[in-house]
Design a protein around this ligand. Structure first.
Ligand code: SF4
Length: 479
C-alpha cells in the first residue's frame, strides 16, 4: 500500500477524510466476513496449522475463525492460541497501572461514567504535586510503568506535558518510573510533535471503540469525540509525529464484535504497511454498567466470558507477537485462563479517579465501582508466580516495537523472546529483594528457578550472572 502525499504539514479536513476512507472500507470488511463464512472445518484446521507456526493470519482468515460456532472447533482454536502464546510469550505477563489525573470531559459518550452530562459526578483535575504523591506511592509498591488515562478535558498539551514531566521527576531511592504511556483524546500533528519533542513517552493508545460509523455516531452524539474520521486517523498522526508505536482497541459490547475486529485487524495491517510498524498492543475493554451511562446497560452484543476468551484466542492467532492487554474485570479463573492463551499484559489496580493511590482521592469521582485496590501489585505477583506465570515489571523491552502481523519463520523471534524473558527475570528479582514479603520471595524465587531451567545454556549463564549482580546490590541491569 502506497502512502499518499499531501502538501500541508498539518492535517486538512480532506486529508482526514481520505485517510479515514483508506483505513475503514465497509465493503472490504463485508467481503472478508463473507469469504471467512465459507470456510469449512478442513479449511479452519489448515488455518490453525499456519497460525501455530507463528505466521499470523490475514484479515479474511481471522474472519473465518471468528465465525466458527461449533464448540469442538472453537476448542481447537483456543488450544492453538494457547500453543502459539506459550511459544511467543513464555508465560510472561507485563504489569502496568493507570493513573487518572482528571475526570473532567467535554464529550458525552453514552457508555461512559465520566460523560459530560453526568452533572452529579464530582469533577477534579489533580495538580502536579498531587500526581507526584500518587507516583511515589506506586513506585514504593514496585511499579515501573504507568499509563496516564484521561478524558478530553481540553486542558491540552501544556497540562499533559507538565504532568508527565512531574511523573518522570519523582525518585524513590534508585527507583523512578521508566516509561509513561498515554491514553488520551486524538491530538493534532502539531500537538503530538510538541509532546514527542518534550517528553520520553512510551505508547500512545487511542481506541476507536467501534468501526461502524452509524453505531459510532449514535454513541458519540456530541463533543469532539463525535468526529469519527479525526479519531480514526490519530495513529497516522502519531507515527508522523515520531511516536515509536501505538495502541489500538475496540469497546466490546457496543456492536457486533466480528466486523469490528476484522476492521481493526485491517487498520493494524494498514499501519504496518504504511509506517513499517504494527501497533504495539490491542486492548479490548468491555461495557461495564455505570451510573448515568445508558448505553452501558444495553449492550448490543453479549460479550460473556466465553465470547471474550474466544476473541482473545483468535486475536492471538492473528497477531502472534502483539501485546494483548487485559483492562476489564473478569473472574479469577477466567483471568488465569486468559493469561495462558493470549493476554500478555494486565493493567491492574485500575482506579479511575484523581488521587486514587493516596488519601487525596475520592472514590465516588470514579463514576463506577473502583475495580482495583491499592497494594494490589504484590497479591497479583504472588498469584502469578504460584500459577507458574512470570510477572514482568520491566518496561525497557516494550520500547522496541513488536513485529505484529505476519512474523517470518526463523530464529530471530527466539532471541527477541530471550531478551524479554531475561529482563523480566532481572526485574522480578529486584522486586522480590526490594518490595516483597518473605512468602512472595519464596514463591517468586521458585518461579525464577523454574524459568531458568527452561533457558538454553548460553542464555541461562547470562541470566544467572545478572541475577547474582542484583543479589549483590546492582539495579536496573537490562539487556
Ligand atoms: S469515553 Fe472518554 S471521551 Fe467519552 S465521555 Fe468518557 S472520558 Fe470522555
Amino acid at each position: 500500500m502506497e502512502r499518499q502525499t499531501f502538501s500541508s504539514t498539518e492535517w486538512s479536513r480532506d486529508r482526514v477524510e481520505q485517510t479515514a476512507a483508506r483505513i475503514y472500507d465497509p465493503e472490504k470488511v463485508d467481503k472478508a466476513l463473507a469469504v471467512g463464512r465459507a470456510a469449512d472445518a478442513t479449511a479452519i484446521r489448515d488455518l490453525l496449522q499456519k497460525a501455530t507456526r507463528g505466521l499470523g493470519l490475514a484479515c479474511e482468515e481471522a474472519a473465518a475463525l471468528l465465525q466458527v460456532e461449533a464448540p469442538g472447533l472453537q476448542a481447537e482454536i483456543i488450544e492453538a492460541a494457547r500453543q502459539i502464546h506459550a511459544e511467543n510469550f513464555r508465560r510472561r505477563i507485563t504489569l502496568t497501572t493507570p493513573i487518572c489525573p482528571s475526570n473532567r470531559c467535554v464529550n458525552d459518550c453514552l457508555y461512559c461514567p465520566l460523560r459530560r452530562s453526568d452533572a452529579k459526578l464530582k469533577r477534579r483535575s489533580a495538580t502536579a504535586a498531587e500526581v507526584q504523591r500518587e507516583v511515589m506511592a506506586l513506585l514504593d509498591e514496585g511499579y515501573r510503568c504507568l499509563m496516564v488515562v484521561m478524558g478530553d478535558d481540553r486542558s491540552g498539551v501544556p497540562y499533559l506535558r507538565d504532568l508527565v514531566s512531574a511523573v518522570y521527576g519523582v525518585r524513590s531511592g534508585y527507583r523512578q518510573i521508566e516509561r509513561v504511556d498515554i491514553n488520551i483524546n486524538p491530538l493534532s500533528l502539531a500537538e503530538l510533535r510538541e509532546l514527542r519533542q518534550a517528553l520520553r513517552l512510551g505508547i500512545y493508545h487511542v481506541f476507536q471503540e467501534t468501526y461502524d460509523p452509524e453505531v459510532y455516531a449514535r454513541l458519540h452524539p456530541d463533543g469532539p469525540k463525535s468526529d469519527y474520521a479525526w479519531r480514526l486517523t490519530c495513529h497516522d498522526r502519531a507515527y508522523e509525529a515520531g511516536f515509536e508505536t501505538v495502541g489500538m482497541g475496540i469497546l466490546l459490547g457496543v456492536s457486533d464484535y466480528r466486523p469490528d475486529i476484522v476492521a481493526m485487524l485491517m487498520h493494524a495491517q494498514y499501519l504496518a504497511e504504511i509506517y513499517g510498524r504494527a501497533p504495539h498492543s490491542i486492548t479490548y475493554p468491555r461495557l461495564i454498567p455505570a451510573q448515568a451511562a445508558p448505553a452501558s446497560h444495553e449492550p448490543a452484543c453479549d460479550i460473556n466470558d466465553d465470547v471474550f476468551r474466544f476473541v482473545i484466542a483468535v486475536t492471538r492467532l492473528a497477531l502472534p507477537t502483539t501485546e494483548l492487554i487485559l483492562c476489564t474485570p473478569v473472574p479469577t479463573e477466567v483471568r488465569r485462563d486468559l493469561y495462558g492463551l493470549g493476554i500478555s499484559q494486565v493493567s491492574i489496580g485500575s482506579l479511575s479517579y484523581p488521587g486514587a493511590y493516596t488519601s487525596d482521592g475520592d472514590p465516588s469521582a470514579a463514576g463506577v465501582l473502583a475495580i482495583g485496590r491499592p497494594r494490589a501489585l504484590e497479591a497479583l505477583i504472588y498469584r502469578l508466580c504460584e500459577a507458574g506465570f512470570l510477572p514482568n515489571l520491566c518496561c525497557t523491552c516494550l520500547r522496541v516495537p513488536t513485529r505484529g502481523l505476519e512474523v517470518p519463520e526463523g530464529a530471530e523471534k527466539w532471541s527477541f523472546q530471550d531478551r524479554h524473558t531475561t529482563n523480566a527475570l532481572v526485574a522480578l528479582k529486584e522486586y522480590l529483594l526490594d518490595h516483597a514479603s518473605f512468602e512472595t520471595q519464596m514463591v517468586g524465587n521458585h518461579l525464577i528457578q523454574k524459568q531458568l531451567s527452561m533457558l538454553s545454556g548460553k542464555i541461562r549463564s547470562l541470566v544467572v550472572e545478572l541475577l547474582e549482580e542484583v543479589e549483590a546490590g546492582l539495579r536496573r541491569q537490562r539487556i
